[in-house]
Ligand binder design. Sequence first.
Ligand code: ZN
Length: 342
Amino acid sequence: MRAVRMEARGGPEVLRYGEVPDPPPEAGQVRVQVRAVALNHLDIWVRKGVASPKLPLPHILGCDVAGVVEAVGPGVSGLVPGQAVVVNPGVSCGRCERCLAGQDNLCPDYQILGEHRWGGYAEFVVVPAANVLPKPENLSFVEAAAVPLTFLTAWQMVVDRLQVRPGEDVLVMAAGSGVSVAAIQIAKLYGARVIAAAGSEAKLAQARALGADEVVDYSQPEWFKEVRRLTGGKGADAVVDHTGAVYWEGVIKATAWGGRICLVGASSGYEALTPLAHIFYRQLSILGSTMASKSRLYPILRWMVQGRLKPVVGAVLPLPQAADGHRLLEERRVFGKVVLEV
Ligand code: ZN
């Protein structure tokens, strides 16, 4: 099959379009003909060797796939070639205590498609049968590929970890990122008032168009005071954050007494100073998050069918131009997902 192989760790130029052997579907697996695959920042971290630095090469990136079932392995029932599907990127053992509790993203054998196993920058990808769901008919393959990883990540943050309730003020940092685009919509769905923060006028306008009630420019010094002003001095009840060290103290000061902060990354740096008095005296909760249970893709896709959640596609390129897609994403020139068509 034709695929974009990652042949070394480094810049976008390590991605080369060429031939690799067809992966056969083994027992319990399906082979999906990839129609569209969306890019994520995870792809860039793996390419650079920041994530999974010991991964054997060549490797095939790509976590978010929409396509058509092409072949099924032994023991697979209920799936037949020709079905249009969305692929769930989280792969787990399915039989440990965590998996059985519905916490499959805490499974000791948890893998992400395109990081720990070959992903979707290819004509075909092989995944467990448990990882394919019917593609909503109202979404194109490109739109469907733009859904799984970022919406799953945002769903666990807003719904499971922060447990956002109607009427709460929710601050969503880095409003232009894929996770935040999803988090703004999910927080609105759960009845919150959303304050979106970003560093450019264009991104703030796009956040408003997605449903954000208020916007804050966090390139301004003491931007957290604007969050307090917008909440009558209270601060945000819940915060969706992955901005890292540069913004961390501001995030804490923007959070209400008794508020919750959920972290899913730290883009500007992992080593941050935490003013501990704020944590205990103002009774803040700091919650970590990575991905979500596979089950969460079901409600996400139901809301997509109803049009209450929407994928946001910023750019579409053909598969052989994967390296150009990486450049677009890395330079933050796109609002919404970069998707490769196969
Ligand atoms: Zn497990």
